[in-house]
Design a binder for this molecule. Sequence first.
Ligand SMILES: Nc1ncnc2c1ncn2[C@@H]1O[C@H](COP(=O)(O)OP(=O)(O)OP(=O)(O)O)[C@@H](O)[C@H]1O
Ligand SMILES: Cc1ncc(C[n+]2csc(CCOP(=O)(O)O)c2C)c(N)n1
Ligand SMILES: [Mg+2]
Length: 336
Amino acid sequence: MSARPRFRRPLAARPNPLDNEFDLIARYFSRPAPSGYLGVGDDCALLPLAGGRHLATSTDLLIEGRHFFADAQPEALGHKALAVNLSDLAAMGAQPLGCLLGLSLPAVDADWLEQFASGFHALADSAGCPLVGGDTTRSISGIVISVTVMGQVDARQALRRDAAMVDDDIWVTGALGAPDIALQLLNGTLPMDQSLLAATRPTLDRPEPPWQFAQKLPGLAHAALDISDGLLQDLGHILEASKCGAELHFASMPVHPALQALDTGTVQQAVLAGGDVYQLCFTAAADKRQAIQQLADDAGQPISRIGRIVKQAGLHVWSADGQTISLASRGYDHFS
Ligand SMILES: Nc1ncnc2c1ncn2[C@@H]1O[C@H](COP(=O)(O)OP(=O)(O)OP(=O)(O)O)[C@@H](O)[C@H]1O
Ligand SMILES: Cc1ncc(C[n+]2csc(CCOP(=O)(O)O)c2C)c(N)n1
Ligand SMILES: [Mg+2]
């Protein structure tokens, strides 16, 4: 018989069970940040520098089998590893400065490395976010990729999650729903349809966060975040931080055109709660509507106004025929 581990606490002294990723972070890793810092809880932390500027920094892990399939195309994976991090800089309105790459590989495969590095550097070059360091190890099994980005932003205008104001418009960039449909086709939750997969898979494999457009938003927009887990769950973080609620209109949502033939329930779930989107959701005063639309038109960046921030807590989604939409899940959570 094995001995009982000595570190087990008596039942009565254990805190409440942790039933999701965000409770875990809040309980163990969220500490009051030093004065002048923005700590845990936003897309990037902000660290004060001389001259009123702030360093914006964020890190994202990609784990084989959890974030990407073992046969993922390495060039696309290199692109995605940096793109999901540039997306967090974009979510603060920050300008990229550079990045670090942590890589753990089960074996050396020169072809794989060549293509992975080419996808990574191509995006780093176009975003002005050079790779300046990192760490490389051998893994016991599977590929683990960890990217850390650094950028700069004027902290007074950074797009913080706690900056939404009652009566703000709620906007999203790009289109919604396609990465989740691609994932469902690949993991068998939806029956295989090769033409639907061909139309949706690029959005899952090679996300294109609006990092250029985002740098123009400080001064015009209030709050923002990137949609990584799912629109409703992610917008929920803005509502919690800004102590307000929201009303959304499904008819105004930018549903990806490839989803047209799918049934309404599948489309609603993918658009409202599908992850891997890496587009922005941001809020801005209604009197900035024209300026924001002009900025988007000039940048060739599609944007949609999908709802409004309200005083009353809670998130309400209206369908085109005036019904309330309620869903099985609001987004991805690693531990629930
Ligand atoms: N282990 C940890 N230690 C300290 N802070 C953490 C830890 N894990 C997450 N955080 C912080 O908690 C917040 C939420 O993390 P999460 O990874 O969900 O970020 P996100 O921006 O919501 O999602 P994504 O990174 O996919 O865009 C962020 O501020 C993040 O920096
Ligand atoms: C093979 C495979 N299975 C599942 C998914 C979906 N997925 C994994 S993590 C995540 C949320 C964002 O990640 P994080 O919160 O870690 O930043 C999503 C939507 C995928 N992309 N590939
Ligand atoms: Mg984020």
